[in-house]
Ligand binder design. Structure first.
Ligand code: AMP
Length: 216
């Protein structure tokens, strides 16, 4: 069983690598961002509560995301979990540690994906994805083969995130440096941290992550 956290700023490629790891290793991707977007789409009370906060690029409250993770961890998975976009604060990291202890699970690795700010802005400002299968594209670096049609599943439901705009992105980066980046020191002190160069190509990053997991 392998449980790992992907840590990094918005646009570092956490979601892309989490999807690959889910495919290649059968791990379950737990993305709090995806869960919150699903809650919004379902129109639930919680979804309505977080919508504005997310669109501004602020973090939603710890109790909401901890609750979401707690629910998902209760469903057993023999292979392990990838935490993608969680934890994002020290309180969330402590809560995750307590939850894993309670369930008798261990955290095998925390992988920091390092990407400089200019590259994050470039990546995020052209990003769109398929609303049906989740495949991620980019206007310049990875357009769909046929305009408006997903290469993978043929859906025409291609979407941009409302928080992938310059103003919200500035805020998301600020939130990252202020509240999430202290987790790098936190997990380093626990002897769990490894770093990869998130600017490398998708396959190269995947290979670097595989090397870390295979020796974890
Ligand atoms: P993401 O898809 O990971 O970029 O998350 C999108 C947005 O959802 C973030 O900008 C936050 O508003 C919210 N969010 C996702 N995960 C968390 C988390 N662990 N803690 C607080 N807010 C979160």
């Amino acid at each position: 069983m392998t449980n790992l956290i992907l840590l990094g700023p918005p646009g570092a490629g956490k979601g892309t690598q989490a999807r690959l790891l889910a495919e290649t290793r059968g791990l379950t991707q737990l993305s709090t961002g995806d869960m919150l977007r699903e809650a919004r789409a379902s129109g639930s009370a919680m979804g309505r509560k977080v919508a504005e906060v997310m669109d501004r690029g602020d973090l939603v409250t710890d109790d909401i995301v901890i609750g979401l993770i707690e629910e998902r961890l209760a469903a057993p998975n023999g292979k392990g979990f990838i935490f993608d976009g969680f934890p994002r604060t020290l309180a969330q990291a402590d809560a995750l540690g307590a939850l894993l202890d309670r369930l008798g699970l261990t955290l095998d690795a925390v992988i920091e994906m390092r990407v400089e700010d200019e590259a994050l802005v470039r990546r995020i400002s052209g990003r769109f994805s398929c609303g049906t299968c989740g495949e991620v594209y980019h206007d310049r670096t990875r357009p769909t083969r046929r305009p408006g049609v997903c290469d993978v599943c043929g859906s025409t439901d291609l979407r941009r995130r409302p928080d992938d705009n310059p103003e919200a992105l500035r805020n998301r980066l600020l939130e990252y440096y202020k509240k999430t980046s202290p987790l790098i020191g936190y997990y380093h002190a626990k002897g769990k941290l490894a770093s990869v160069d998130g600017l490398a190509g998708i396959e190269e990053v995947a290979a670097a992550i595989a090397r870390i997991l295979d020796r974890a």
